[in-house]
Design a protein around this ligand. Structure first.
Ligand code: GLU
Length: 330
């Protein structure tokens, strides 16, 4: 009994201690660190993370937030990192955000991740299949019996490719070889003839597709059959998407495929002020941000805060959008 009381008292003082340590006055003085999960270094997520951090770090004198954005395995790895506390923010495909928040697809076993929070949508990301010209691959169906990089576990392309494989009634045995290379490794693997096709859910123009198309004669493959149309009809987060002709060597024509959007996400308990300052620096410097990658060129503020977001908005982001009068009609 006595011991019990002692434990309770010790606990109470520990809680009081912790509460005063985390008082707002104190938090303002202390430097806060945030880590944004991105993707492979040849992707656009890496540019998103680096760009956001550069803007955040420029304002460090005012808000005391330090930001870094390391390369990661991609969307799924970022959401898992946010969940485990290893990351505060991360870039994730809109389909992966939806599946994690609702506990669907590869997140089914984990259940719905209700603490996931959306910040904003960024650029569009078509599912991009690039095949060596000498592989004979011209359609999605032709991938059967070929050496295909279906993506590293943890990447968004792996997640979306598995959805496509399910829709096609395929397994990894359908391919002559199903490789699991990281995004940054695939262009060289294609050029070295270690794979026939690479798969990347990525914004365009993209350095890795550029690298592949300039080093080996290769073609973007249209994904527009009945099964793909079925996915677009069934899921709110998939839509038809066109990779414009002329972006890449040897690929002068538009190519129809389907895609998702990149989004920035976080966790409900990440400090409101941190998310607020992050969002504020992006939108207060929006013209500058849009120049940081051609995939950001046509970004529109209203679309960014209203589309592709299935998790609720984070309170810190909401505060900024309300200040700007962007959520007025809610
Ligand atoms: N969409 C990819 C993923 O979720 C990453 C694309 C990129 O890095 O730009 O893993």
């Amino acid at each position: 009994m006595k011991r019990h009381v002692f434990t309770a008292t010790a606990l109470t003082s520990a809680i009081i201690g912790a509460a005063s340590f985390a008082s707002p006055a104190m938090a303002e003085e202390e430097e806060q660190y945030i880590t944004i999960g991105t993707g492979g270094q040849t992707g656009v997520y890496y540019v998103v993370g680096q760009s956001v951090c550069r803007l955040v770090n420029r304002g460090n004198d005012e808000h005391n937030i330090r930001c870094n954005a390391p390369s990661t395995g991609g969307s799924v790895a970022n959401i898992n990192g946010i969940k485990s506390g290893e990351l505060e923010l991360g870039v994730a495909q809109s389909d992966v955000q939806y599946q994690a928040y609702n506990g669907e697809g590869q997140f089914e076993d984990d259940g719905a991740y209700e603490d996931l929070r959306a910040i904003f949508k960024i650029h569009g990301e078509p599912l991009t299949v690039l095949a060596r010209a000498d592989s004979g691959i011209e359609t999605l169906e032709d991938l059967a019996d070929k050496r295909v990089n279906i993506g590293n576990p943890g990447s968004g392309q792996r997640n979306t490719m598995e959805v496509v494989m399910d829709a096609m009634g395929w397994t990894t045995d359908t391919f002559a070889r199903a490789e699991q290379l990281e995004a940054a490794e695939q262009a060289a693997a294609l050029a070295d003839n270690n794979i026939d096709a690479m798969v990347y859910v990525v914004g365009h123009p993209n350095g890795s597709i550029q690298e592949a198309t300039t080093t080996v004669d290769s073609r973007l493959i249209p994904l527009d059959n009945e099964e793909i149309q079925g996915l677009i009809d069934e899921y709110p987060y998939y839509s038809q998407s066109v990779i414009p002709g002329g972006l890449y060597e040897g690929n002068p024509e538009d190519v129809t495929t389907f895609g998702v959007a990149a989004t920035l996400v976080t966790r409900a308990d990440v400090d409101d002020d941190v998310v607020y300052e992050t969002v504020k620096t992006v939108f207060d410097n929006f013209d500058r941000f849009k120049q940081l990658h051609p995939a950001f060129e046509n970004l529109d503020e209203q679309e960014m805060i209203s589309q592709g977001l299935s998790a609720p908005l984070h309170e810190g982001a909401k505060r900024y959008y309300e200040e700007r009068g962007w959520l007025d009609d809610e």
